[in-house]
Design a protein around this ligand. Structure first.
Ligand SMILES: Cc1cc2nc3c(=O)[nH]c(=O)nc-3n(C[C@H](O)[C@H](O)[C@H](O)COP(=O)(O)O)c2cc1C
Length: 176
C-alpha cells in the first residue's frame, strides 16, 4: 500500500500557481479559499477546474454556488494566500472587494481573474472536482509574468526564462 504522505510529498515537487476562489452564497455569505489545484480544461467552451477537499468547512456551501471568481495571486501575496487557507479563519476582515459584472467579490490586483459559472462537478476521491465556464476575464498588465508559485510546501517566485517553447508545441498544449 502506497503511503499517502509519500504521494503528497511527490506531488509537492510539481510547481503550481496559487489562486483564491471567491463567491457569495444565495444567503449573502462570502466564501473564499486558497486553491492550487486550479487548471485549464477546455477552450471551446472555455472551461477551467479546481478541486475542493470534502472535509473543508465550506465544502457543502461551495457545492451550491452558481458563480465564482478565480483570482490568480501575484508573487507578493503569500500572506493573503495564508489568510484564505486558514480553516474558518477571519478571511474577510480588512479586505477590499471589487464587485465583478456578475456581482462576485473579486480580488483587486490579482494577476488574472476569471469570473465563472458553475458548469459541473465530478467525484475526485476525498476531493470533488469543480468545473467552471469562464464568462469574464480580467488581466492586470502590471502583474503579468509575476505569479506566486507554490512548490515543495514553499512560496516561490519565477526565475529567468531558460528557453522559449516553439509555437507548434505551445499550440499542442491546447489540442490544436
Ligand atoms: C497554497 C495552498 C493551496 C491549497 N490548495 C487547495 C486546493 O486545491 N483544494 C483544497 O480543498 N484546499 C486547498 N488548500 C487548503 C484550503 O485553502 C483550506 O482548507 C481552506 O481555506 C479552508 O477553508 P474553509 O475552512 O473556509 O472551508 C490550499 C492551501 C494552500 C496554502
Amino acid at each position: 500500500m502506497l503511503d499517502s504522505r509519500r504521494v503528497r510529498d511527490a506531488l509537492g515537487q510539481l510547481p503550481t500557481g496559487v489562486t483564491i476562489i471567491r463567491t457569495v452564497t444565495t444567503g449573502g455569505d462570502r466564501l473564499g479559499m486558497t486553491i492550487s489545484s486550479f487548471n485549464s480544461l477546455s477552450l471551446e467552451p472555455p472551461l477551467v477546474l479546481f478541486s475542493i477537499w470534502r472535509e473543508a468547512n465550506s465544502f457543502v456551501a461551495w457545492q451550491q454556488v452558481e458563480r465564482h471568481a478565480i483570482n490568480v495571486l501575484s508573487e507578493d501575496r503569500e500572506e493573503l494566500s495564508n489568510k484564505f487557507a486558514r480553516a474558518k479563519g477571519e478571511k474577510w476582515i480588512g479586505q477590499t472587494v471589487l464587485s465583478g459584472e456578475t456581482g462576485l467579490p473579486l480580488l483587486p490586483n490579482a494577476v488574472l481573474t476569471f469570473e465563472c459559472e458553475a458548469y459541473d462537478r465530478y467525484d475526485g476521491g476525498d476531493h470533488e472536482i469543480f468545473v467552471g465556464r469562464v464568462v469574464q476575464l480580467h488581466e492586470n498588465r502590471a502583474k503579468r509574468g509575476h505569479p506566486l508559485v507554490f512548490f515543495g510546501g514553499q512560496y516561490r517566485r519565477l526565475g529567468t526564462v531558460e528557453a522559449t517553447a516553439p509555437a507548434d508545441i505551445i499550440n499542442f498544449l491546447h489540442g490544436r
